[in-house]
Design a protein. Structure first.
Ligand code: MOS
Length: 816
């Protein structure tokens, strides 16, 4: 019922719904000051906490060390330690184990291999298994089920000992014989067939997408740009390594402390894999030290820890080592994109042809969906995108911050820059010429779009009007100085989840959602939302998350967290106010006795007559009179493009990323980045010396945490642009730099002071708050902005990420 409340902008339908609801029940929509022009959250007295730069409510716990991360639950009686032994060989077969030396090590309790590890009830290798496990399974293969080796880093044994050191020592002494075969390292191996995954019923990747006649339109276009781009394998590299503690409290009851972006997803997956009723698996993740996508899906180590704990009959802790983080939790796939743009002499796009080839695993067709981004960013009548895959001896890649949009934007936004130079247009101008006034992919209107304001404000903050239109002309001493810009966008994915609010007569509240906070501020922003929904101060709210025993919700991923959790807390609060209103109008001692519920509004926790606000009472007075110490509300919140369809009873979209299909509106965040670089032409080094990001992401719940999200996203994009790459040996298919010493992520010295601004944007379609989500958008376009600045500085176009000094020097040797 509360779904009806969250959003309905269609006046007629809202009136009809209101009518039906009031006949059946209470007139819910009248309980709150919501009309067709403004939502509850736009009513000024109510948005007290939302929009404030509140400091993190979990900040003190973090800096004092009180915040417990998944590997820090050391209280469990008899807990022992597991260490995974992995294969150095990328393809082959285990031919034998020599356990004797390892078994002689002190403290060793068990050595588990495919021969003696308990079997899971099901795996994702079957269609039924995959369905039961749900979205969270990215890699369908489960290691330690047979002697076959498919990738370097694949677990071949698990050693359990009383201490971590004993387990490590024994694992080092364990000998595993493997008969090696020649692996396929990547799509660059010409022996490996390239295939189009389209048409396969279970493919995780798209095949070919088309509109119009792209090849013909390209051939006839007066201006053309053709270029091929490559993107290195990237690893998420969160500060906190993945960790699992599995504790079987009974033969059929499991509690898992797991570093995951979604405890509800993990609960569902683990219960399916282990063959337990869902409520008999509890997953707890109170704090997370970053995820970026690699803690979204369920990975084998979590399952293996649970099976190991079952085998040894003790709680087991497993923490992945940093090298294992490169072979256990997915990665952004290495990929190549060929892009052809055809345009008029005025720069108007006529054709866009995109072909992507990437490396995937032996079992799965996973690929980032760059084509979605390619097909929606600019108005272009003729479009064709094809995905091709090569099966390499590598684990299944996975979502990494803006999967598809991040690498896709490097290709498209670099080629748009080329087109601008070719036609003598300013880079901002060519983007305005191609601005899509509605979604080119679906023809739907945007729910809101403030991209032009992002360009304008970004250019203003950066001083773009002073740009020299010619490249290679600006010097600062020995440095070549260049300016570049690029567009950013990210979809509002479809999502839903539940929440419970418990309001106490003494004026405080406990709010519960099985959400996770990746470290980005979920604790804080949902505390703010709950405070406003309940009409109390944020310090009177305790927001509990990170436990699958709490109301089920979606993962913190796909930039959906803030929107989903806020929607559900809002709905739960409405449920509560509805109950309290019913109490008030039937309580002879209440000033609201015998009022119609529709005549009552709630303002800052006070129930009062709309027509006569002086007549009313505080929730506390009402509750105390009714001998209630507290009262609960429960709600299901929906968020995103499928929302209206779900509201009217139509089935929800089949997949979370089917945004835009059902609501009649295309929902996206937009933004723009502006970058200045100084290139050392002798050393090939590139230094970012100025940065501006402007983002329109709907309502900003907290400008402080939101700014940090954009700083982090752009910094990660600069990493991909200039330094991040995991190198797979072409012969051995083994990573050569699986450590934070060799896999370079940006540090403070690499990043200048950045300017971040948000466009004030009110989106009436997303959810009750108009929150679009900003977790991913800032990485999108960042690499292109850097590359475009390098082009402006040097006259050389770099099309291979990362743009390391060797590539810059190589480019400098080429004629302009
Ligand atoms: Mo994000 S890549 O959906 O965690």
């Amino acid at each position: 019922m509360n779904d009806l409340l969250l959003k309905s902008r269609n006046k007629q339908r809202q009136q009809r719904l209101r009518h039906e609801v009031s006949r059946l029940y209470l007139s819910l929509t009248d309980l709150i000051p919501m009309d067709t022009e403004s939502t509850f959250f736009e009513n000024p007295p109510q948005t007290v906490a939302v929009g404030q730069p509140l400091s993190r409510v979990d900040g003190r716990a973090k800096v004092t060390g009180a915040a417990k991360y998944s590997a820090e639950y050391n209280h469990l009686p008899g807990m022992v330690h597991a260490v995974i032994k992995t294969s150095d060989v990328a393809k082959g077969r285990v031919t034998g184990f020599d356990l004797s030396a390892a078994q002689r090590e002190p403290g060793v309790l068990a050595i588990l291999t495919h021969q003696n590890l308990p079997k899971p009830a099901l795996t994702a290798e079957t269609k039924e298994g995959k369905e039961a496990i749900g979205y969270s399974v990215q890699m369908t293969f489960m290691p330690l089920q047979s002697d076959q080796i498919f990738y370097a880093g694949q677990p071949v044994a698990i050693v359990v000992a009383d201490t971590l050191e004993h387990a490590q020592q024994a694992a080092a002494k364990l000998r595993v014989s493997i008969a090696a075969e020649a692996p396929i390292a990547s799509y660059q191996d010409t022996k490996a067939p390239r295939y189009n995954p389209g048409g396969k019923p279970d493919a995780d990747a798209e095949g070919t997408k088309r509109r119009g006649k792209a090849a013909e339109a390209f051939a006839a276009a007066p201006a053309q740009v053709t270029a091929t781009y490559s993107h290195a394998t990237n690893h998420h590299s969160p500060m906190e390594p993945s960790a699992t503690i599995a504790h079987w409290e009974a033969a059929d009851r499991l509690t898992v402390y797991d570093a995951t972006q979604g405890v509800s997803w993990q609960q569902r997956a683990l219960s399916a894999i282990l063959g337990l009723p869902q409520d008999q698996v509890r997953v707890i993740t109170k704090y997370l030290g970053g995820g970026f996508g690699c803690k979204g899906p369920i990975w084998p180590h979590s399952v293996l820890t649970a099976l190991t704990a079952k085998a040894v009959g003790r709680p087991v802790k497993l923490v992945l080592t940093r090298p294992q983080m490169f072979t256990s939790v997915g990665h952004r796939e290495d990929q190549e994109q060929t892009l052809r743009l055809g345009a008029t002499k005025q720069g108007k796009l006529l054709a866009l042809l995109h072909e992507k080839t990437s490396t995937t695993s032996p079992w799965d067709d996973y690929a980032e969906t760059n084509s979605k981004f390619m097909g929606m960013l600019y108005q272009c009548p003729n479009f064709e995108a094809t995905t091709k895959l090569v099966k390499g001896n590598v684990m299944t890649p996975t979502w990494m911050r803006a999967p598809g949009e991040a690498p896709g934007s490097f290709a498209l936004e670099s080629s748009m820059d080329d087109l601008a130079y070719q036609l003598g247009l300013d880079p901002v101008q060519i983007r305005l010429v191609n601005h899509a006034d509605k979604d080119p992919a679906t023809g739907q209107p945007w729910s809101s779009k403030s991209l032009k304001q992002c360009y304008q404000r970004g250019a203003e903050l950066f001083g773009w009007s002073k740009r020299n239109p010619k490249n290679g002309l600006t010097r600062d001493g020995k440095y070549l100085v260049g300016w570049g810009m690029a567009t950013a966008t990210y979809p509002v994915n479809d999502s839903q989840g539940n929440a419970r609010v418990r309001l106490f007569a003494d004026g405080h509240a406990v709010v519960q959602v099985a959400a996770t906070d990746l470290g980005t501020g979920t604790y804080t922003v949902i505390t703010q939302v709950a405070a406003d929904c309940l009409g109390i101060a944020p310090d009177k709210v305790r927001f509990e998350l990170g436990d699958s025993a709490l109301p089920t919700t979606n993962i913190s991923g796909g930039s959906m967290g803030a929107g989903t959790f806020a929607s559900s807390v809002y709905t739960a609060a409405q449920d509560l106010w509805q109950k309290l209103t019913k109490m008030a109008v039937t309580d002879a001692k209440s000033p609201l006795f015998r009022a119609k519920p529709a005549e009552v509004e709630v303002v800052k926790g006070r129930l009062q007559l709309k027509a006569n606000p002086a007549k009313g009472e505080d929730f506390a007075a009402l509750m105390k009179r009714g001998s209630l110490t507290d009262l609960e509300g429960f709600g299901q919140g929906k968020y995103g493009a499928g929302y209206e369809a779900a509201q009217s009873g139509a089935p929800a979209p089949a997949k979370p990323d089917d945004a835009g299909k059902e609501s009649g509106h295309a929902m996206y965040s937009f933004g723009a980045h502006f970058c200045e670089v100084r290139v050392d032409p002798e050393l090939g080094t590139v230094r970012i010396t100025k940065w501006v990001s402007v983002v329109a992401g709907g309502r900003i719940l907290n400008p402080k945490t939101a700014r940090s999200q954009v700083l982090g996203g752009a910094t990660m994009g600069i990493g991909a642009a200039l330094m991040e790459q995991t190198v797979r040996d072409p012969n051995l298919a083994r990573y050569t730099n699986a450590s934070l010493a060799d896999y370079h992520v940006p540090v403070n010295a690499d990043i200048p002071d950045m300017t971040v601004e948000f466009i004030d944007e009110h989106d009436p379609y997303i959810n009750a708050l108009g929150v679009k989500g900003i977790g991913e958008i800032a990485i999108v376009g960042t690499a292109a902005a850097v590359g475009n600045a390098i082009f402006h500085a040097t006259g050389r176009r770099l099309r291979s990420l990362p743009m390391t000094p060797d590539k810059v020097l190589e480019a400098m040797r080429q004629p302009v």
